[in-house]
Design a protein around this ligand. Structure first.
Ligand code: FES
Length: 162
């Protein structure tokens, strides 16, 4: 009995370091989320932040852009999503992963003066995909809308991505 109990304790102490190593370190957890203060991003402007090695586009949409996105007949879209399904809480802030869903190029449209394509969102010059102001695919070979990452507002102006 005693030998068995000792064996169990020994096994327990051997197993623990392995389990502990499998827990993500604090710095790994920190990298999996990114916090961005968007207070200085004016209406009509956009910023790009990196999250998990990918560009994330954050656009401060104008009322006109929001209205255009809402008016779209969803039944005509390739990847059918309403504008409401594309943002969390605040329609003026669109947060999408800036990677074209065709072959992974980074679309244009973030900087002032860059091409935004026929639907005023983003344009991928690699093979001509055009996204609208909700990041939905409208033209070209890309099969899906720009992906919306997990995010939330942790204050009025700070977004936590991840
Ligand atoms: S990678 Fe964007 S259109 Fe081909």
């Amino acid at each position: 009995m005693t030998a068995g109990a000792m064996g169990a304790v020994a096994a327990g102490s051997v197993v623990w370091p392995f389990i502990n190593q499998m827990n993500p370190a604090a710095d790994t957890k920190a990298l999996s989320t990114t916090e961005v203060d968007v207070a200085s991003v004016a209406e009509g402007q956009a910023i790009t932040v990196m999250w998990r090695g990918k560009p994330v586009f954050i656009r401060h949409r104008t009322p006109k852009e929001i209205a255009e996105s809402k008016e779209v007949d969803v039944s005509l879209l390739r990847d059918k999503q309403t504008d409401e399904q594309r943002f969390k809480t605040k329609p003026e802030w669109l947060v999408v992963i800036g990677v074209c869903t065709h072959l992974g190029c980074v679309p244009l449209g973030q900087k002032t003066g860059e091409m935004r394509g026929d639907y005023n969102g983003w344009f991928c010059p690699c093979h001509g995909s055009a996204y609208d102001t909700s990041g939905r695919i409208r033209k070209g070979p890309a099969p899906k809308n720009l992906e919306v990452p997990m995010y939330s507002f942790i204050s009025d102006t700070v977004i936590r991505i991840g």
